[in-house]
Write a protein that binds this ligand. Structure first.
Ligand code: TYM
Length: 353
């Protein structure tokens, strides 16, 4: 069986972007592959979460994984920091990663801009941007963990020799870098150690779940999310308040961005018949957004309600969670230790005694 590996940062509760972009794929893959899913708590440190919250979130999100349907008998579930081999290999792989390629990564640029308090639209040149990073004041620094974020993510994947990595569209550049690092390591040492991992989607393209505010992406820091733990009232309210436009004025008018977002959510959550019904209504100008939103809220609730109902129950069972995570950590470590030993040997880090 091929190995599947993916992770989520425990920076807050899971939202529909995480669910449709990642978690739903994790679940559908669990019967056919050797699946390993983890919580990337070390990656979360790059944005300095409150330590208590971080610890709580690890438990909370592991409960969400289980409540959504991941079966610990079938898949390996673990916490990144429970596998110290990852941290050691991160140091080793960094020797083959260029700071230039890391600085050109989109996610780094976005996060560095945020850390420096710059706007996304400040159209600075690459040289200006680099200057800002190097010359920034001490209270506004861009930490080195942010820069080497893709190295750590590549190690998560390569240390398990994963073939498939189910992620949303926003992670594809990181996956591209992982393939590049794998190729580079293999060719530098003349070995065939790492497979080149690819994304996995059931429907062709990687997806980007849009936000409710008419923006391009649902994201924790954007404040435009529907969470798996949102109760019925909250979820309905959020959907009903989602940004729309005035509606089509002439038949077959082009669809505006906010409406594309609603249709996209409907594509993910509703049946093809429902979707077609509202598309037709849009095309002949008879659509009522209130009806579309009501239907969308119902269809989303069908997905989230059973998950939400199980979360608290699972979270309360500390003994069960402990067993799952201990067993997962053992399996993940065993595999990671094998790869790390190979990497050390290949790079010439050997014991004399
Ligand atoms: P993170 O925690 O930001 O997101 C977790 C997963 O959710 C997906 N996702 C989305 N997909 C579609 N539309 C959205 N609006 C949306 N928002 C989030 C992400 O694509 C991701 O799949 N760097 C990773 C965590 C990570 C990892 C790894 C993943 C660390 N090591 C190794 C895979 C393999 C991250 O920050 O994801």
């Amino acid at each position: 069986k091929e190995t599947v590996l993916s992770g989520i940062r425990p920076t807050g509760n899971l939202h529909l972007g995480n669910y449709f972009g990642a978690l739903s794929k994790f679940i559908r893959m669990q019967d056919d592959y050797n699946c390993m899913y983890f919580l990337a708590d070390l990656h979360a440190l790059t944005t300095h979460p409150d330590p208590k919250m971080l610890h709580e979130n690890v438990r909370g999100i592991m409960a969400e994984y289980l409540a959504a349907g991941l079966d610990p008998e079938k898949v390996t579930l673990f916490v990144q920091s429970d596998v110290p081999e990852i941290s050691e290999m991160y140091l080793l792989l960094n020797m083959h990663v260029g700071i230039g390629e890391l600085m050109r990564t989109t996610s780094f640029k976005d996060k560095a801009r945020k850390a420096l308090g710059l706007n996304r639209d400040d159209n600075e040149s690459d040289a200006d941007f680099e200057h800002q990073i190097i010359g920034s004041e001490t209270n506004k620094r861009v930490n080195a963990g942010l820069l080497t974020y893709p190295t750590l993510m590549a190690v998560d994947i390569l240390i398990q020799k994963a073939h498939k990595v189910p992620v949303g569209k926003d992670q594809e550049q990181h996956l591209e870098l992982t393939r590049r690092f794998a190729r580079r390591f293999n060719s530098f040492y003349g070995v065939d150690l790492f497979p080149e991992p690819v994304n996995f989607n059931f429907t062709g393209e990687a997806i980007k779940v849009p936000g409710l505010d008419g923006s391009g992406k649902m994201g924790k820091s954007e404040g435009n999310c529907i969470y798996l733990i949102d109760d019925e009232k909250t979820l309905r309210k959020k959907v009903m308040r989602a940004v729309t436009d005035e509606g089509p004025k002439v038949p077959n008018s082009p669809v505006s961005e906010p409406i594309k977002n609603l249709f996209m959510l409907m594509e993910l959550a509703s049946t093809p018949d429902t979707l077609q019904h509202f598309r037709d209504a849009y095309a002949d100008c008879s659509i009522r957004y209130g009806d579309l939103k009501k239907q969308l809220a119902e269809d989303l609730l069908k997905i989230t309600t059973p998950i939400r109902q199980r979360i608290e129950e699972i979270k309360a069972d500390e003994a069960f969670m402990g067993r799952v995570l201990r067993q997962g950590a053992e399996r993940a470590r065993e595999n990671a230790a094998k790869t790390l030993a190979e990497v050390r040997e290949i790079m010439g880090i050997r014991k004399f005694y």
